[in-house]
Design a protein around this ligand. Structure first.
Ligand code: ZN
Length: 156
């Protein structure tokens, strides 16, 4: 249990996939209990393989996840979902975009929004989410008008 405790402390006892709290006292056999999730499987499944040596992972190799969230992803790649409260069009896959930013830097257009207010809400949500998902990655979110809509842009 020592390893899970370390992981939990590092991740603030929050599931990296669903962003909800993990109870350290819950049995690890419970679906809401703690488990270690290997983040590198996500990068591999997205085809980020063999660019040079060792596929870069977003942060370290393991993150804290609920057992249920961890098991659920099974063979499919881990996915970090956008909040259903946001009004975004064409939302980019968060994990893949952030992984690319961490590897290459630059800019990623994360979503388009019909109004500037929606875009600002989405940008604020993203920065808050990423502060826990990838605390090591320094990113800025900005809102840029384009094509009659407002783009949410992350830059690293
Ligand atoms: Zn979870």
């Amino acid at each position: 249990m020592g390893r899970l405790d370390d992981l939990g402390d590092a991740d603030g006892w929050r599931c990296w996939l669903c962003d909800e709290p993990v109870d350290p006292d819950m049995s690890v056999n419970d679906s809401r209990g703690a488990s270690a999730d290997a983040i590198t499987t996500a990068a591999k499944a997205k085809g980020a393989k063999s660019k040079g040596k060792g596929a870069a992972s977003v942060v370290g190799t393991e993150r804290l996840a609920h057992r249920g969230c961890n098991t659920k992803k099974g063979a499919i790649a881990a996915e970090v979902l956008w909040s259903p409260d946001l009004f975004v069009v064409d939302p980019a896959p968060i994990l893949m975009s952030v992984e690319r930013l961490g590897r290459k830097g630059g800019r990623e257009i994360m979503a388009r929004c019909p109004t500037e207010g929606d875009a600002e809400d989405a940008a604020a949500w993203l920065i808050d989410r990423l502060s826990r998902l990838t605390p090591e990655l320094a990113v800025n979110a900005s809102v840029e008008p384009g094509g009659g809509q407002f783009m949410v842009v992350l830059s690293a």
